[in-house]
Design a protein around this ligand. Structure first.
Ligand SMILES: [Zn+2]
Length: 133
């Protein structure tokens, strides 16, 4: 069975990466992530993302560091269960998810709305039709 699901176009072009601090609302979950916000962020319309309103940037797991809150994260999975939709069990915010590239590499989907100092209204947004997958 083929592991899915993140099109390659989401993962290239990490030349302008900047390290950001991210967190949930209550602060129990904190991380740093190298994200290239000169690239469009992804707004997916699947049953999960559409409800949550995420704006996502996909990065290799090597560019992600969970600094606090591993024991505050609850894991929610659905459909083919390839993505771990982690959320803070205290405040309910979903600051990132874990997934895999088609070749099996570990990926992080960073919710750029949870990054300190980032104004989501200034970002270029690329729609992704996850509903049709
Ligand atoms: Zn929290």
């Amino acid at each position: 069975m083929r592991a899915i699901l993140l099109p390659r176009s989401f993962t290239k072009g990490l030349f302008m990466s900047t390290t950001y601090s991210g967190s949930c609302h209550c602060g129990a979950v904190r991380y740093s992530a190298e994200v290239d916000l000169t690239q469009p962020v992804v707004a997916c319309n699947c049953s999960m993302c559409g409800r949550a309103g995420w704006l996502l940037s996909f990065i290799p797991a090597t560019k992600f560091q969970l600094e606090a809150g591993a024991d505050s994260l609850t894991d929610y999975q659905f459909a083919r269960r390839h993505i771990h939709h982690t959320f803070c069990k205290v405040c309910g915010v979903r600051p990132f998810s874990r997934g895999a590239t088609p070749d099996g590499g570990e990926m992080i989907a960073v919710n750029v709305r949870c990054l300190a100092g980032v104004d989501p209204t200034t970002l270029e947004v690329k729609p992704f039709d996850g509903k049709s997958l």
